[in-house]
Write a protein that binds this ligand. Structure first.
Ligand SMILES: O=C(O)C(=O)C[C@]1(C(=O)O)C=C[C@@H](O)C=C1
Length: 371
């Protein structure tokens, strides 16, 4: 606060100057440390290159982040430290080897936001038109990793992703991203003038109660992405889009209403896919697909294995197996890493009672993050 003296203004600006001198000094020290850290990361990169190790280690990144958060005494908040270290680690990876990350476009789609949230700005991003193309880019090694939506807390599973895991079982999950998804109503006209609302099917579905209550006379139209919906607001009159904040900024559209999603916990979980999974961190999940014999009690026998081994299941989906009519593939996710003795035991038990078990990988369990 300014001191009330005759020369108060001078005093305050002298204080400010002094404080800024301190900041400048700290900034140079931080810069020096950042580059020293990056030089060590470069050396790690050489070791990995010699040993054929992967640049991206989800498990180690989790450990780095947890060390920082545990040591933090403030005043910086966790969300700020996460953002700083995300970009720092992103820079380390880029120094080791340029990494290409595939996602379902267009830019600023939720998949893109999830990819940025996990990998930071220093990566090369590869936009694709479909979820299948993300899998293909990863399988053909055109991309190092891909980011695909797995499930939404309101709408449930993302069919295209599950279908691709069945078609390309060699693709593994090596990390997950939980993105808190907030939808906004974007329009450059008034609410009463809106005749059409555009968005992606899932976004319209996640806001269906709000839309029917607040825009009962507007027709709803599905388009390929929320970003595309936002672009249509620019070119057509009497139109609104349901999209995220980034799309509003990108296309210069007004946000008429914030947070119009029906559920206050609307979250989409994304899988980071690659050709191998992740090392153990101690707070992991393991995903797999399996098929049972078409006989009474076979699914119960499979699930019994987890009960016997006291393993908590975090996700179960049954999915029609397109190759054979009437047959199902089950997707299952549990707490624990495939190297944990009780998970190992459960997997062996599952193989004994199932037709086919395909591991999808173990990966660190993610914390929820904001859009
Ligand atoms: O420890 C490593 O393996 C590193 O390459 C360093 C580092 C980091 O910057 O902390 C960078 C990339 C990896 O994904 C994990 C951690």
């Amino acid at each position: 606060m300014a001191r009330k003296t005759d020369d108060g203004a001078d005093k305050t600006s002298a204080d400010l100057k002094g404080l800024r001198v301190q900041i400048d000094k700290f900034d140079l020290q931080i810069l020096d440390l950042l580059n020293k850290r990056s030089a060590v990361a470069a050396r790690i990169g050489k070791v990995k290159a010699d040993q054929g190790g992967e640049v991206f280690s989800a498990a180690r990144e989790e450990e780095v982040m947890n060390n920082i958060l545990a040591a933090n005494k403030g005043p910086l908040e966790e969300v700020t430290l996460r953002a700083i270290f995300r970009e720092l680690i992103s820079g380390s990876r880029a120094i080791q080897k340029v990494q290409k990350i595939a996602f379902l476009g267009p830019e600023y789609s939720y998949s893109h936001l999830a990819a940025l949230e996990r990998f930071g700005e220093a990566m090369t991003y590869l936009r694709t038109g479909t979820i299948a193309a993300v899998f293909e880019e990863v399988q053909r090694k055109h991309a190092d990793y891909g980011v695909v939506p797995l499930e939404n807390s309101t709408d449930g599973r993302i069919t295209d992703t599950l279908d691709m895991f069945i078609r390309m079982p060699q693709v593994k999950i090596c990390a997950e991203v939980r993105l808190r998804v907030r939808h906004h109503l974007l329009a450059n006209c008034e609410q009463t003038e809106i005749r059409r609302v555009y968005s992606k099917a899932q976004a319209l579905s996640q806001c269906r109660n709000w839309l029917s209550k607040n825009l009962p006379h507007a027709s709803l139209h599905e388009v390929s992405s929320t970003a595309h919906a936002a672009s249509l607001v620019q070119s057509e009159p009497h139109v609104a889009a349901v999209a995220g904040r980034q799309a509003a900024v990108r296309y210069g559209i007004r946000i008429l209403y914030n947070n119009i999603e029906d559920s206050p916990f609307n979250e989409t979980r994304f899988a980071v896919i690659g050709l191998s999974d992740s090392a153990k961190t101690g707070a992991d999940k393991t995903a797999l697909m399996f098929q049972t014999t078409n006989s009474p009690g076979s699914l119960a026998d499979a699930l019994q294995v987890f009960k016997q081994n006291k393993i908590n299941l975090t996700w179960v989906e049954s999915f029609p197996y397109r190759e054979a009519k009437g047959e199902y593939v089950f997707f299952l996710e549990m707490e624990g890493h495939r190297d944990d003795p009780k998970v190992k035991k459960a997997l062996a038990g599952l193989e004994a009672v199932c037709d086919e078990v395909s591991p999808l990988g173990s990966f660190p369990a993610a914390k929820a993050s904001e859009e």
